[in-house]
Each structure stands twice: as C-alpha cells, then as structure tokens.
Design a protein around this ligand. Structure first.
Ligand code: HMG
Length: 595
C-alpha cells in the first residue's frame, strides 16, 4: 500500500513564533501526545540563540523531558541547529538527529541566518563534518524555494545548487520550504522538475506553508511527482518570524486527512491528531488553523450524540442527570460536577428577580457541598444571557425603592456568590451576552465560548448604566477596554477577548464547545479542591487589596497551611512520589468525608 512519512514540526516550527509563554511541561506533553497519534518523526525544539527565538530557550529541558523516547529505534526527534555552538548544545542534550537550515535566496538568508547563503552553507558544513561518522543523523532545510519576500522569485537552479551542496555534506534528506506560502502547484511542479532531474525523490521532502491556502494542493502535486515525505504542524501552528506575511504551516490534521481519504498510509490516527490539535489550540488560547481537525471532532461528537447519546472513547465522558427542571433554569449533575442552564430562551435568558435569587441560592448551597467540585453555567437558545429583565413586567421597570433595592442586591449577590464559591465556576457561553449577561460571564473563573459569541455593554444605549457588573467587568477586561466598550456599546468579539486572555477557549460549533467544556472539567478535576479554592482567595485579595498587609497575611497564611503540610499536600505529594502524575482527588475527598 502507498504510504508517506509526515514530519511533525509543531513543537519547533509551530511554537517558535507563538507570542504567549509556553511552559516546558506543555511542550513535552505536546510531543508525547503527538507521538501517541502515531507520528514517528517529531521535531522537538531548536538550539538557536534565545535572543532570536526566546520561546525555545528551554530546548535542553524539553530534550531531557523526552529522554526516554529519544533512543527508540523507529522514532526520531530532530532538533534545529544553526551552527557548531547550537550543535554542541543539542548533542549535550542527547539529540540523535539535527537539522541545519539554509535559504535559497540571499535576502532571506541575511534575515533568517544573519549570513549570506555561502556563509550559511559554510556553517552547515561545519555541523555536517562534526556529526560525520557518528550515529547522529543530519537533515537539511532550504527556505524560500519558490520566492523570497525580499528578493522576489527564486530560480529552481539556485535551489538545486543548495540542495546538492547540502546532500554532498551528508544530509540524508532535504526539506524544500515554501516559507512564505506563496507557491502554487504549477510553481512547485516547475521546481521539482529541475530538482528531480538530478536528485532522487527519496532524498526530498516538502515543507509548504498555507498563507494563500495552497499548501495541500502543493503537497498533492509533489506527491504525484514522487515525493513521499512532508512536513506539517499540528493545528497549523507557526509560520516564520522573519518572513513578512507568512503565517500558518500546513496543518497535520489536514494532510493526514487528505492522504487517508486517498488511501495513502500515514500511520497517523486521525481522531487522535484532531484531539491533540484541539488541545494545543486550547492551551495557547488560539483557534486552530486546521480545517479537518475541528470538522472531524464536530462530526464525531454530533454523530455519537445523535445515535447513542454518548461521547466517544478518548474524550472524558460525562453523563448528566437532571436534578431540577425549573421553568427558567435546569440543574444537572455528573459526578462531582454541577451544570446550571439558563432556560428562558424566548426572552434571551434575561434575568428576572426570581431567577437571580434562585441562582444565588443554588451557588451558595453548592459552595457548602464538598461533593461538588466544578460548576458550569450555560444557557439554552440563541443568547447566553441578555442581562437584567427589561420587559414591562421586569424589575428594571419597577419604580419603587424596594424593587430597585431587590434588583441591586439580587445582581450583586449572584455575582459575589460565584466569586466567593470555593468551586471553580466555568461560564460556557453559547451565544451573545448583553448587559448583565456579560457581568454573569465575567464573575466566573473560567470562560469558554462559541466563536460567534459577542459581548455588548448595551446599557448606555438604553439610558441605563452597567453599574453592578462593572465590578467584575473592570477586573477582567481592564479599565481602557471596559471604558470604551461601555461608552460605545459595541459588540466586542470573541477573538478580541480571547487575545486579551479574558476568554479561555473558543469552539466553532456547539458540539466542539461541549468537548472543550469536558476538557476544562477534566483539568479542573485534576487540581486539588482546597488548593483551587485558596488559589481563588489569592486572586481575590490580589485584585481587591494589592500591596496591602491583608494580601501579605493571606499569602503567608495559605503558604504555611500548605507547607505544614495540609492533608491535600500530603496526599498530592505522596501520590507524586509514588510515580502517579494524575492524582485522583475524588478519592481523597471520599476518604476525608468518611473520616
Ligand atoms: C437581545 C436582542 C439583541 C435580541 O434582538 P432580536 O433578535 O431583534 O429579538 P427581540 O428584540 O425581539 O428579542 C426577543 C425576545 O427577547 C426579549 N428580550 C431580549 N432581551 C431582553 C431583556 N434584557 N429583558 C427582557 N426581555 C428581553 C424581547 O423582549 C423579545 O421578547 P418578546 O417581545 O418576543 O416577548 C434585543 O432584544 C436586545 O437588544 N435586548 C436588550 C438587551 C440589553 O440591552 N440588555 C441589557 C439589560 S440592562 C442590564 O443588564 C443592567 C445591568 C445589569 O447591567 C445593570 C448593572 O450592572 O447595574
């Protein structure tokens, strides 16, 4: 059966350009998860100057974290090295395969390698001589093979010249990179006709970026011309920091999907790779650039739910049972999780006084219930919540003082109950939020949303003021954004809030939002309940009284309680020392309850 080899470059090429700081543990976990999908070649990190690529300054730690994998005979974890210094660091860290990189064009070489093409080749030659005769494999990357953002089109003969030089040095394979993603199948064909006239296809790999949506088409033409190795990046992460306009690698999910549907083996488990793409996008708080990944997950969830009502294996399954089905809200439980669904969709889930009071009571009762660990607040219908009920019969129209007081206290009590509850409370935002609906979402600890959701502080348009909600709104959005959004009443988009760190995950559709919710719950459940509650205390005191003696006292109280050590710390550390990296806190809660 026909097959191709996919070289996963996400942990290096994908992450190197990511703005938010990614922990070493996440990088290691990403590599391990990718491996579990069946990927056999995973570019792990780079050993370039941390000044150039600070995101990958922890290359040695990443290599140490995958030390048990590096020696596998049928797997490879190459690392990128620019010169001898990088090579020495990579070898010290245990690398068994290294990759050198050279540009086919002068302009790009000067920016990416800080050297001319000849100088970069000379450095690559030094690396090649150093590894010759050792068991360390050498791969070569050539960038700007179709066009250079600084010099214009690249002539195929120039690419051939650099390819041959790298092969002569001892590279076993040359990855041809359309770094800016401008190439089309016609250009790739022209390039490969030149290259393959002199070099066997088995020594060439394709590395196509998707800036103009041409990556898959370019892979296909290259495949038809005999190329069998393709670089790709999970969730389409990455791009090149020195190539203006370049974004998005070819997503692993997309290329794996295409080949699988063509009957060409990749060894990659599609469902699993789609999950990893969704997971890492959630970790980085960015939407996946893959088309196939989210579609696969949505289809899988939809199909499974429609037919069996269950979530397929691999995703933590939660079976919700109804506890209370009230006219305006629904309460469900799944183990130690509680879900509250606003159920007044005909009125956009506008909050009546009675609803405010019931929701507050529910949260307060849950706060005292050690069996409840995580609370989800979500909604039925088109809107998540349109704020305070402003219908003629609603509270905002009441003129007497008592009604106003009730409304004020009702809103404030609900938001404060959410903030003060020891449980982690997740807002699962299924649609637009307006006015007090924004406040409700902002009082929660974690927020995930459907990507079309918007957040509108519409009060000023009605001659009202976002008074009560301003407490949590300003805490979460900061002053400049809150002020502008209050004064313009514009719908603030999900992406903007995701970029600002206010939203902690977005999903393209309802089914994916449920998967995202399950992922968040899974993580929350892996954290100790008491420690999580105290983390909320630290945030609260750090927000309300920053720099005060009360903040210092709270920090020291919590610290000494933890190091005494607390029962949780004893249990957590004992589990860790016994080799268990995922502590089962529900077990401990049960033991504690029994005691
Ligand atoms: C949501 C859209 C865009 C839909 O706009 P649309 O799609 O054109 O539909 P619609 O306007 O016909 O709304 C559908 C139904 O939902 C009802 N509805 C909708 N919202 C509410 C509401 N809040 N209260 C009571 N009912 C509401 C609306 O009245 C209607 O019911 P019907 O007339 O068919 O019986 C539109 O209806 C709208 O703009 N609604 C107003 C949203 C708004 O401005 N909310 C802010 C409320 S004030 C507030 O929350 C104060 C607070 C808490 O911030 C104060 C503080 O913090 O101190």
């Amino acid at each position: 059966m026909a097959s191709v080899r996919l070289v996963e470059v996400g942990p290096r090429d994908g992450l190197q350009n990511t703005k938010s700081v990614i922990s070493t543990a996440t990088k290691i976990e990403l590599i391990r998860r990718l491996r579990s999908c069946g990927l056999k070649t995973i570019e792990a990190t780079s050993f370039v100057s941390p000044k150039w690529v600070p995101q990958l300054a922890d290359g040695a730690q990443v290599m140490s974290g995958i030390g048990d994998l590096i020696d596998s005979s049928d797997e490879s974890y190459p690392v990128l090295v620019p010169n001898l210094k990088g090579l020495e660091a990579a070898l010290k860290a245990g690398a068994r395969e290294v990759a050198v990189f050279v540009s086919a064009s002068e302009g790009f070489s000067r920016r990416n390698n800080n050297a001319s093409v000849d100088e970069a080749l000379k450095r690559a030659g030094e690396v090649a001589r150093r590894v010759k005769g050792t068991n360390v494999k050498l791969r070569g990357y050539i960038s700007s093979v179709i066009a250079c953002p600084f010099d214009g089109p690249t002539h195929p003969n120039q690419v051939l010249k650099v390819t041959q030089t790298l092969l002569d040095m001892g590279c076993y394979e040359i990855s041809l990179g359309d770094t800016t993603g401008v190439g089309t199948p016609a250009q790739v064909k022209r390039l490969l006709e030149t290259i393959l006239a002199s070099v066997p296809a088995s020594q060439i790999a394709g590395h196509f970026h998707d800036t103009y949506g041409q990556a898959l088409a370019n892979v296909l033409i290259a495949y038809q011309m005999g190329i069998r190795v393709f670089d790709c990046s999970i969730a389409g992460l990455g791009g090149c920091p020195y190539a203006p306009g370049a974004k998005g690698n070819l997503a692993t999910e997309d290329v794996a999907y295409m080949f699988e549907k063509m009957g060409v083996q990749t060894g990659v488990k599609l469902d699993m790779v789609a999950e990893v793409g969704s997971w890492i996008s959630g970790e980085l708080n960015i939407p996946s650039a893959s088309r196939a990944g989210p579609a696969l997950l949505a289809t899988r969830n939809r199909t499974a739910r429609d037919t069996t009502g269950k979530i397929p294996a691999g995703v933590p399954t939660l079976k919700w049972s109804v506890v209370k089905d009230h006219e305006t809200y629904l309460v469900e439980r799944a183990g130690s999780n509680m879900r509250i669904t606003l159920a007044r969709p005909r009125n956009g889930n506008a909050l009546t006084l009675a609803m405010l009071s019931s929701l507050t009571q529910l949260i307060q009762a849950a706060a005292g219930d050690k069996e409840i660990r995580c609370i989800i607040i979500t909604a039925k219908g088109k809107y998540f919540c349109t704020g305070m009920d402003i219908s003629p019969s609603g509270a905002t129209s009441a003129s007497d003082r008592q009604a106003k007081e009730d409304q004020f206290h009702g809103l404030r009590n609900l938001f404060d109950a959410i903030d003060n509850a020891p449980q982690t409370i997740v807002a699962m935002i299924t649609g637009p939020c307006l006015g007090g609906g924004v406040g409700l979402a902002m009082a929660c600890d974690v927020r995930i949303a459907i990507e079309t959701a918007t957040f509108t502080l519409s009060e000023t348009k009605l001659g009202l003021v976002p008074a009560v909600i301003s407490k949590y709104l300003i805490r979460e959005w900061g002053i400049p954004r809150s002020r502008e959004a209050m004064l313009t009443a514009r719908p603030v988009g999900c992406q903007e809030l995701l970029d600002a760190g206010v939203i902690h995950g977005v999903a393209p559709d309802a089914a994916s939002l449920i998967t995202l919710m399950e992922d968040k719950i899974f993580r929350i459940q892996q954290c100790a309940p008491g420690a999580s509650a105290q983390a909320k205390d630290l945030v609260r005191v750090g927000w309300k009284l920053p720099g005060s003696t009360k903040q210092d006292a709270t920090i020291s109280d919590i610290y000494y309680h933890m190091t005494q050590p607390s029962q949780e710390a004893q249990y957590g550390l004992a589990s860790f020392r016994a080799g268990n990296r995922n502590v089962d806190w529900s077990k401990m809660t049960r033991t504690t309850t029994k005691l």
